[in-house]
Design a binder for this molecule. Sequence first.
Ligand code: NOJ
Length: 765
Amino acid sequence: MTGISRRELLGTAMVTSALVNARPVFGMALAAAGGRDPRVEALIAAMTPREKAGQLTLMASAIGGRAATALNPPGTAAGAAAQIAAARAGELTGVFNGEGSGWHRRLQDAAVNSRLGIPMIFAADVIHGFRTIFPVPLAEAASFDPGLAQRTARVAAIEAAAAGIDWTFAPMVDIARDSRWGRGVEGAGEDVLLGRLFAAARVAGFQGRSLTDPDAVAACAKHFAAYGAGEAGLDYNSVDMSERTLREIYFPPFESALGAGAASVMAAFNEISGIPATANHWLLSDVLRGEWGFRGLVVSDYTADEELIAHGFARDGRDAARLAFLAGVDMSMQSGLYLAHLPELVASGAVPVARLDEAVRRVLTLKAAVGLLDDPFRRLGAGRERRLVRRPAHLALALEAARRAIVLLKNDGNLLPLAQGQRVALIGPFAAGAHDLIGPWNVYGDDGEAVDLATGLRAALRDPALLTVAAGSGVEAALPGGIGAAVAAARAADVVVLAIGEAANMSGEAQSRTDVTVPAPQRDLVRAVVATGKPVVIVLTTGRALALDDAVLAAPAILVSWFLGSAAGTAIAETLVGHSAPSGRLPVSFPIESGQEPYHYDHKPTGRPQPPGALQPYKARYRTVPNLARFAFGHGLTYGQMVYGDPDVGGGELGWNHTIDVSVLVTNTGKTDASEVVQVYVHARSASVTQPVRRLIAFRRCRIAPGTSETVHFVLDRKDLGFTGIDGRATVEPGRFDIWIAPSAEAGQPAQIELQPPIASASAP
Ligand code: NOJ
């Protein structure tokens, strides 16, 4: 399978105009220099083996971003004085998650005064914004608008670069099909098409027009590969997987990120079928370099080379360094093993000097590409950070992104939007305080600068005196007297907004859950409040798909608000009162019960599918529930009412070298203008490799005025019907396909199309 082109991105998604601007910057910069930068070659010729190993050694900054220390165990990182000494000795290539351009300037001063004066590179996890915090990536994926993610990544890059950051450990492009895994929050969800589009968009946003621009940061596609597929949803856990599935599901977002010019790749923590990714030569060298032609840098994850010992793959630190390095990891993060062992490994002949030079060349080429060899202080100008962070336009984008990420799961009786003039009880652990609303993976964000829900709602209500606020419960523990106070507040109100769900620290790294439900004390709160008989709107804060039980489902209206960043409270409140209409779609399937995980809409059919309707014996179902989603991938209501007609596929015949126009009539029978995401799914009735029950191949967002209809067209060709063959190569087979044009992955009735075989002279793709 080859990387998808921008034409393909545009052709399949129909909504990716922003990607037109994506440029494979890094590849082009290298090509312009014929692949070799003379300054880089001169440095390599002058370097000692120890200086070379130093260029391959990255450490967590001794003076860290606010959340960095909590997020990364300190490992072997040295104190500030020791890091300055290491920089002065040419033994530290850079630091990550450091705070403040003043500190970075001190380090850079030391580095440029080292023997060869090679500048340091400053990296950071800029996952959903820098100082302006955007919705978590999963929430942004709910917009089904990669262009939005490109814009937020651009602003995040502008702010990070203003604070001296050259390189971000983002985007995370891992497909996440198991909601127990905590890190789905950092990616674009369970679907491959969304994963590809958002990967490319984020890279384009971070890297901007040219990596040398002072407001660009180099991107890092992570975690290569299949990190999201750890057994039982447990973070860091083993993955045992066919090469075909790797190529069809887990690789494509990486290929898209590289196609968009990503400068670097981070190897994953997990093993794949017995070989840890960090020591996986097939993965990091044969596929990444050999097949895909990637010329950028591969960095390890945090101490992942050293962890080869715990995996039971390496004997000791020396062996771990050797294995990771020879497999293709150019730079070691945080273990210090490369500096400790590479000079001796080269001297003893265990590692070829050419491999050492190759890795150093990649690091120096990255430093050259981000402009550091021209000006080591390029992103370290005094005052830039103050001038460029949290500008009004950035905060406005944070609000726009937050509004567009919200998903309306249900709205019985059109309870939403809330009429003004009602007494509103805002209840729940997320009613007041922004910490949990903004999200789990922002190193530099400040809760104090974000808007919480109570503040947002006070501003959105015409009469703020009509709002009462009660916590009701803690996140995972009951509050003494909490339910009593909440019930009293509900009784005294006309309508209740219940802000419940997961705390920020329940998602993210090392936050796997066995039970993906709203924590029990909050469910008790919901039960008690719903029992008052007052209309209840649930606002669900979450970083993953949740299994919502009857207590939660009893509420007539449910909004998923994820973790929305700096403008969370404003965006939610505006949506509640109808100043903004929800338009997001689920990028992950909400299962009926936790035990279905890993549940993803694009699962394979079995030989004994459970037919629609009552549960039947000896069918693929659970004792109590069918294997369906409670709220399917792609689902999301608006304040309009959308009615879909049957798909129109014309005669249904698609010639091998032709296109087919498929369309559907969508009518807005509601009273408000609405934005609808029309989705196209296919299923191959019979193929040489079994195909998913449905697979998203295209989508288009359109606005439909109340009382009007629109015919939404998609032009497909045979590539849209392709899959990864048993030989691991892209394949298209003639045959019959079911096709749905529908509002979600489990809605609608299929039409049929038939892909005709090639005529004798035409060749297969
Ligand atoms: C470990 C995480 O897996 C990775 O995503 C992150 O970039 C590094 N820590 C550095 O913070």
